[in-house]
Write a protein that binds this ligand. Sequence first.
Ligand SMILES: [Zn+2]
Length: 155
Amino acid sequence: MPQKASARQGADRTVDREASRVSSSIQPPLPSGAYMGAAQRVYFRRALLEWSARLESQATTTMRHIQHETSNCPDDTDRATREEELGIELRARDRERKLQRKIEWSLELLERGDYGHCVDCGEEIGLKRLQARLTATLCIDCKSDSEMRERQRLG
Ligand SMILES: [Zn+2]
């Protein structure tokens, strides 16, 4: 059955996606001045919104893949592979959604003037840490404390 072989080739190619251009954005230099002063708040707000928009377009791609996988199943022998791929797509979608919620929370903190300060102890989280992790809500000390507690709780 030669038709099946060519159908599968087409499906394989769709796995090869445009993920490569997502991670390659260059961050503009961080404005100097007061910690979480107006300039820095603008900077982080923009960074968060841009990240959110990137995630959103990624999510659209993921949804298109999911629809493609579920609507396009001509061959039983491909089903296991397809279901596995679908699982990966669904987990990716789930991660994207969780990240979006974190970004929304960070934007809300920014709005309130609480962004950049640890939600536990109120200390500054630090610009380096925030740049590396825009949605950080704990300072590094509280973060390692909470991770230690987590480990102890899990035994
Ligand atoms: Zn803290």
